[in-house]
Design a protein around this ligand. Sequence first.
Ligand code: HEC
Length: 181
Amino acid sequence: MKSLRTRRFGLLLVLLTILAALGGCTPNAAAELVSPQLGEQLYAKDASAEVIVAPTPVAVKFADLAPDQVTAGLSADFATALAAADPSKGETVALASGCIGCHSVDPNEVKTGPTWHNLADTAANRRPDESPALYIYSSILTPGAFVVNGFPANVMPPNYADVISQGDLANLIAYLLTQHE
Ligand code: HEC
């Protein structure tokens, strides 16, 4: 039969093992966080730079935006044209201008260009300094200004400013802004 002292020693060992295991689980404030910025953190650590982890951005929902947040950055004239525009005419413009050869509103159909499924939500998040209407406006008139990751540059025709009238452009953008959750 084991002596009381041996049992106590055994118990102490078990407690110490548990404490050591718990110690290993305690979060280390200096450790990298598993976050979308992990790559940046590791890079900064290598360069012995200070690592600042920004909060993960929360996606903006188009439906939550006020009208002036939707059109911020557009000229007053174009914002007025957009407010009076007709989305159903815009769908016809998309067809007549050949956009739908490269874009689809079906989330499962990726053509040469990105899907237009929920495009207004996408546009509200692509560039933090651009409102969704302004982003879509520049995507159509100056496609090279921002190239969507994973898609080819210099494929979308760069001359829509010359071939689509301001009225049709307003209808087209009004139609694209109806694509949201
Ligand atoms: C020949 C193919 C082609 C045609 C035609 C075309 N596009 Fe594109 N479009 C692209 C490609 C490729 C991209 C992604 C690369 C880039 O950002 O320039 C793109 C990007 C876009 C974007 C940005 C989408 C996003 O997810 O950020 C919008 C908006 C857009 N196009 C609208 C239009 C409109 C409106 C028309 C018609 C007036 C049109 N496109 C015609 C190929 C095309």
